[in-house]
Structures are given as structure tokens and as C-alpha cells.
Design a protein around this ligand. Structure first.
Ligand code: PMP
Length: 428
């Protein structure tokens, strides 16, 4: 496959956009080479500027759970746009999507819409601090909760891909209020509570981590966090930006049967438009302005195009009883195929998966936290990535990312991918 036009476009972009991209991991820095410039997409496929077709396993980093250019979403956006794109007033549409979201997700009474996952997590933490009147939070190394200051401490995703999990520009004052714990290490969390008595406002966690590759929680870990929070008067925040409306209709709370105090959303909830949200029970959500003292706002928050897209997406997921089991089956099929081909090629690997989130780590040992995720062989990953790209399969350009499976993938697409993996694995 040729990427001539993409190369030219990237060279032009680099002159006027830092690194040529508006979000770092798109730049292919950790795998080398030139990013693919996409012209259009439909269903399971991306079509790039050079005319190549790629089977897509990134899916805009999660939102496209039903495939690209999903018609009900596209039509809803077109119809709404004709009526005006933003009013800065309430609309009936916002209540409609809020009602639907609240009906789908357990344990939430109210939801507030914002424009990104970053905003959702940033606001959730401010709310937790205001509500508990405490300042510190616990986050887990390798988890990514967006690029707001408090979270760029041992962050995953692009932050670690570029070797800067602690970003310059975050003040020491901010950093000292973020306590770091090891994913899946309960004792570590208990020790932090012991050492910071009555100071911790909340634990924030990706209930299935997706930003150090995919790392599911150990059996009972999330429930144990719930108990530690209750025992210490802290809130439990589930960052469901990846897992929400993906792992189950009601997200990780439903899947694991664990209640969080605040849940954050992004990606799927916006159907591919810029949407984030945070939600919780009345007593907590009523702490927000204009009813409560914690301030949070947004000129374009809840704007009609984003809400129309999100509403169609949630309606589609809510009305399709089989969607989550279909995603599970497709991803399990893919997992089995990858295992067979990597084993046949005698490669050292670990595959982590939960539902339609899956990742391949090139290391034979279990991958359970940030440290073990970092043991993966990046040279092998690079070759794997570029080999697949050549075969027309587009996975995330970093080992610290999850693949997102879409319902638009057919078993033919999955077989195409498994065959590509067979071919590439032989050459690794
Ligand atoms: N939380 C998680 C778990 C994420 O994966 C991401 C983005 N990948 C974010 C928060 C931030 O979302 P956004 O990029 O929309 O700001």
C-alpha cells in the first residue's frame, strides 16, 4: 500500500500544527512512519487519502461502536444542523438524552453534559472535592483521565507513549494532591488512605483500564475499592469514558455489580461528536451550580448537534438486546484467532480482553498494571503494527492503547484480520 498523499499532507500539516496533529498519539511517533490521513469512513472501514481501505480497530478511539457513518446518527445531525447549531439555551433534546442515559445506567439520578472526556473527569474530581471538602485524590499509574493538570501524573495513553507521563506545566502544588497507586494493588490503596487520613476526596479509576493497553480489574478489586472508600468517607469515581455504553448498557457498574458515586462518560455517548458527561446520585449532583456551590459550565455544552448524535447512538444501543453479546462474541472470535496465529509463530505475548476491549502485549508474563504493561517488546509491536497496516488492518499506533471492536465488523472482516496477523506474525 502506498501512503504518498498522506506523507505530503503530513508534511504540510507539520508546518502549521504542532507535530502535524491535534492529539499526540495520532502522530505515529512511537511506531515511526507517517500517519494515515483519512478521507472518509463507512462501517468497519477507513478510506485514506491514497485510496487505501483499512479495517479499523481504533474506531475514533472508541465512539464508533456501531461502525462509521452510522446512518441514524448522520441523519439526526444533518436534520438538527438545518435548525441551528447552537443556541446557548436549554433544549428539549438535552432532557431527552439525559432521561435515556439515566434509565440505562444504574445508580445515577442526574447527568451533566460537557464536551470531552477530559472535561468530564476534571469536573467530576472538582465535584468530589467540593462535596467531601477534601483535596487529595488517588489515581492509578497508567490510567488516563484526560489532559487536565491533576491527571497528568504517571498518565497512560499518549502521555506514556511519548515518554512524558508527568507533563511539564503541571505545578507541584497540583501534583501533590494526586496520590498514585498501582492498578490491582489493594494494599497500596489502603496504605495511601492510612497515610492521608481524612484528606482523600476520591479514588478515580478506569474500571477496565484501556490506556496502558487493556487491563481488566482483578476479581473483587473494584468492590474492595468501594469498601475502602466507604470506610474512609471518600467517593469512588468510575471513569467510564471508554467502558460506558460499551461493556454493557449500564457500563462497568452493571457489568461488575459495583456502585460508583460519580461516573464519567465520553466517546460512545456522543456518537462521534464531541461529548462527555458526568453523572451521579441527586445528593452529589445537586452540589453543582446553579443549585449547588461547585462551579462548572460550558458555552457549547449540550449543543444540539452533539446531543442529537448521542441520542441516536444511545437509542440504538438501548433497543438492541443482543448488541453487547454480539460484540463479546466477535471479540472472543478475534482473540482466539490472534492467539492461534501468535502461538504458531512462537511469539511471546499476552492478550488482555474484556468484552469489546482487547490488546496484545508482546510479553509472556501477565499484564496487570502499568509496570507489567511496560515490559512489552516495543520493537516487535512496531513491526506488528506496520505489518498489519500494509495488509490493510489499522490498529492503534501504540502498545499502550486498546483496540475497540465495532459491531460493523463482519466475521469476514475478522477472518481477513486473522489472516493478516498470520502473515505478519511469521515475519516478526
Ligand atoms: N478517560 C479515559 C478513560 C479515556 O480513555 C480518555 C480518552 N482516551 C479520556 C478520559 C479523555 O477523553 P477526551 O480525549 O475526550 O478528553
Amino acid at each position: 500500500m502506498l501512503y504518498q498523499r498522506s506523507s505530503q499532507l503530513f508534511a504540510e500539516a507539520e508546518k502549521v500544527i504542532p507535530g502535524g496533529v491535534n492529539s499526540p498519539v495520532r502522530a505515529f511517533k512511537s511506531v515511526g512512519g507517517t500517519p494515515i490521513f483519512v478521507k472518509e469512513a463507512k462501517g468497519a472501514y477507513l478510506y485514506d487519502e491514497d485510496g487505501n481501505r483499512l479495517v479499523d480497530y481504533i474506531n475514533s478511539w472508541g465512539p464508533m461502536i456501531l461502525g462509521h457513518a452510522y446512518e441514524p446518527v448522520v441523519n439526526a445531525v444533518i436534520e438538527r444542523a438545518k435548525k441551528g447549531t447552537s443556541f446557548g439555551t436549554p433544549t428539549a433534546l438535552e432532557t431527552e438524552i439525559a432521561q435515556l442515559a439515566v434509565s440505562m445506567v444504574p445508580n445515577i439520578d442526574k447527568i451533566r453534559f460537557v464536551n470531552s472526556g477530559t472535561e468530564a473527569c476534571m469536573s467530576a474530581v472538582r465535584l468530589a472535592r467540593g462535596y467531601t471538602k477534601r483535596e487529595k485524590i488517588i489515581k492509578f499509574a497508567g490510567c488516563y483521565h484526560g489532559h487536565s493538570d491533576s491527571f497528568l501524573i504517571q498518565a497512560g495513553s499518549g502521555a506514556v507513549t511519548f515518554g512524558s507521563p508527568n507533563s511539564p506545566g503541571v505545578t507541584q502544588g497540583t501534583a501533590k494532591d494526586t496520590l498514585l497507586a498501582t492498578y490491582n494493588d489493594l494494599q497500596n490503596v489502603k496504605d495511601l488512605f492510612e497515610a492521608n487520613k481524612d484528606e482523600i476526596a476520591a479514588i478515580i479509576i478506569e474500571p477496565v483500564a484501556g490506556n496502558m493497553g487493556c487491563i481488566p480489574p482483578a476479581e473483587g478489586f473494584l468492590q474492595a475499592l468501594r469498601e475502602v472508600c466507604d470506610a474512609n468517607g471518600a467517593l469512588l469515581i468510575f471513569d467510564e469514558v471508554m467502558t460506558g455504553f460499551r461493556l454493557a448498557k449500564g457500563g462497568a457498574q452493571e457489568l461488575f455489580g459495583v456502585k460508583a458515586d460519580i461516573v464519567t462518560f465520553g466517546k460512545v455517548i456522543g456518537g462521534g461528536l464531541p461529548v462527555g458527561a458526568f453523572a451521579g446520585r441527586n445528593e452529589i449532583m445537586n452540589y453543582l451550580a446553579p443549585v449547588g456551590p461547585v462551579y462548572q459550565a460550558g458555552t457549547l455544552s449540550g449543543n444540539p448537534l452533539a446531543m442529537a448524535a448521542g441520542l441516536e447512538m444511545l437509542k440504538a444501543l438501548n433497543s438492541d438486546e443482543a448488541i453487547f453479546s454480539r460484540l463479546e462474541e466477535k471479540t472472543a472470535y478475534l482473540e482466539k484467532g490472534i492467539r492461534e496465529k501468535l502461538t504458531e509463530a512462537n511469539l511471546a505475548y499476552t492478550i488482555n480482553r474484556r468484552g469489546s476491549m482487547i490488546s496484545v502485549h508482546f510479553d509472556a508474563n501477565p499484564v496487570t498494571d502499568f509496570k507489567t504493561a511496560a515490559n512489552g517488546d516495543n520493537e516487535t509491536f512496531k513491526k506488528f503494527f506496520h505489518g498489519l497496516l500494509k495488509e490493510g488492518v489499522y490498529i492503534a499506533p501504540s502498545a499502550y492503547e486498546t483496540w475497540f471492536i465495532t459491531d460493523a465488523l463482519t466475521y469476514e472482516d475478522l477472518d481477513f484480520t486473522i489472516n493478516a496477523i498470520e502473515k505478519v506474525a511469521k515475519e516478526l
